[in-house]
Design a protein around this ligand. Structure first.
Ligand SMILES: Cc1cc2nc3c(=O)[nH]c(=O)nc-3n(C[C@H](O)[C@H](O)[C@H](O)COP(=O)(O)OP(=O)(O)OC[C@H]3O[C@@H](n4cnc5c(N)ncnc54)[C@H](O)[C@@H]3O)c2cc1C
Length: 79
């Protein structure tokens, strides 16, 4: 069940991935800033997330992969 979150924030960072965590960390270094970071994904408590070769099990697995596909296009040499 979604948790209700109330409050006033100076910054809302959407996505606690690489960029989002760095951004939230830097913004929250100033104690004057109230920073909210939102993450849609689940926990990282799966063993394969913590072992380098684990990506073999993570890619293409809905547990860890949003499973989005891209359109063929010029930026990817029409792949
Ligand atoms: C298997 C694998 C191995 C890799 N290994 C390396 C490596 O060794 N070295 C290296 O430099 N790079 C590596 N990369 C690349 C690196 O992980 C990515 O380039 C980097 O994580 C991208 O950062 P990002 O912040 O743009 O996106 P992400 O880190 O993907 O963060 C985006 C976040 O936003 C969340 N999100 C999406 N939609 C929403 C929403 N609507 N609301 C809230 N949250 C949302 C996602 O769940 C995710 O947590 C690897 C990538 C993969 C897939």
């Amino acid at each position: 069940m979604p948790r209700r979150l109330e409050g006033d924030f100076d910054y809302i960072v959407v996505g606690a991935g690489t960029a989002g965590c760095i951004m939230a960390n830097r913004l929250s270094a100033d104690p004057k800033n109230r920073v909210l970071i939102l993450e849609a994904g689940g926990n990282d408590n799966w063993i394969w997330f913590h072992i380098p070769v684990g990506y073999l099990f993570a890619i293409g697995n809905p547990r860890s992969d949003w499973m989005f596909k891209t359109e063929r296009g010029l930026p990817m040499a029409k792949r």
